[in-house]
Design a protein around this ligand. Structure first.
Ligand code: ADP
Ligand code: MG
Length: 368
């Protein structure tokens, strides 16, 4: 685990009562579809956020993270949450949502330690929310199933923190594992685990370009989708099919291209699910490649560093497909490589990336 190694006892003067954890996630395919009511196909990554927690008397919450420089303990009082306190907003958001849903909480001390890189498109934010919610569920006996727990995390982030995220990240952190893809219909929340074919393994590399300041761009994309859905007379872009794309292309620029991405990306998720079931590795790879082109050209959420990483990955003989994963504007790539080749592929890609961009990429999967 990264960063400050101080123990819970050293920080708060007593032992933790509860321990919980939750993983980051990588999305195989289905990007910017979740807030349009569409399909996604994420997996858990081995990196996770761990939480130690102890209820305390009174209504004060004291929170600390090993991942932040400075090592300060931040605090607030339950019922007096105020937005604008940086990372603490994610913690405050969770207690606001739980209280709003009628769950009885007392104060608590909490320590976070994560090896999910922050701001790299691998959802450290959902890992924090889901790990905290799991810890609180256990500490207070909260009646929350794993889906309700994920939705509480999503509302904390979208409603309180103010990041306009869909439901994929928290559902993935709450429900996914690292060996199968979790096919989610974000409208109905129906979900199913589909194993990766044994012939392939995942490669995940972060670009070292943080998407930390991408909130505004993300918001613009969301607004464009809502405007396009309005103009096309549907509730959400999910309600369109590929046959509607020509009509959408008559909308004012860039709305047609935004629609084309979302509608065809939804179709690609369904095709990817079929390819997974058939064990069709080349088919799966081609879908990842097409998804990347669509994110780059139609949805315009890639950056040159990510395009470089994708190109370098695809130039590898053992890579069947590669794409930007996560919201974009930086972040990470996911590639599918022939089983057994992932570590070598990742090392060569990161080396070439450093030479060409001067940036330090980081291999998250396979874990060294
Ligand atoms: P991502 O979810 O892709 O990593 P986000 O911008 O959604 O990126 O979330 C990153 C933010 O979440 C960080 O800037 C920080 O405020 C908060 N965060 C996530 N994990 C931790 C952690 N372990 N400790 C402190 N803050 C965290
Ligand atoms: Mg996030």
């Amino acid at each position: 685990m990264a960063g400050d190694a101080r123990t819970f006892e050293a920080l708060f003067g007593s032992a933790p009562a509860v321990r919980a954890r939750a993983p980051g996630r990588v999305n195989l395919i289905g990007e910017h579809t979740d807030y349009n009511g569409g399909y996604v196909l994420p997996m858990a990554i081995p990196q996770e956020t761990r939480v130690e927690l102890a209820p305390r008397d009174g209504r004060e919450v004291r929170a600390w993270s090993a991942n932040l420089p400075g090592g300060r303990i931040d605090s607030y009082v339950l019922g007096e949450e105020r937005r604008g306190r940086g990372w603490l907003d994610y913690v405050q958001g969770v207690t606001v949502v739980l209280a709003g849903d009628g769950h009885a909480l007392r104060g608590f001390d909490v320590a976070f330690r994560s090896d999910v890189p922050l701001g790299s498109g691998l959802s450290s934010s959902a890992a924090l929310e889901v790990s905290l919610l799991r810890g609180l569920r256990e500490a207070y006996g909260l009646r929350l199933d794993d889906v309700a727990l994920a939705l509480a995390g999503q509302r904390a982030e979208a409603g309180f923190v103010g990041a306009p995220v869909g439901v994929m990240d928290q559902l993935a952190s709450s429900l996914a594992d690292a060996r199968s893809a979790l096919f989610i219909d974000t409208r109905t929340l129906a979900h199913e685990r589909i194993p990766l074919p044994p012939a392939v393994e995942l490669v995940v590399i972060s670009s070292g370009v943080s998407h930390a300041h991408a909130g505004g761009d993300y918001r613009v994309r969301r607004a464009e989708c809502e405007r396009a859905a309005d103009l096309l007379g549907v509730n959400q872009l999910r309600d369109l099919s590929p046959a509607d794309v020509p009509r959408a292309m008559s909308l004012p620029e860039p709305l047609g291209r935004r629609v084309r991405h979302v509608v065809l990306e939804n179709a690609r998720v369904l095709e990817a699910v079929e390819a997974l079931r058939r064990g069709d590795v080349p088919g799966l790879g081609a879908l990842l490649d097409a998804s990347h082109a669509s994110q780059r050209d139609d949805y315009e959420v890639s950056v040159p560093e990510i395009d470089l990483l994708v190109d370098l990955a695809r130039a590898e003989r053992d890579v069947v497909g590669a794409r930007l994963t996560g919201g974009g504007f930086g972040g990470s790539i996911v590639a599918l490589a022939r089983a057994g080749s992932g570590a070598g592929v990742a090392a060569r890609v990161v080396e070439a990336y450093a030479r060409r961009s001067g940036r330090a990429g980081r291999v998250l999967v396979p874990r060294g």
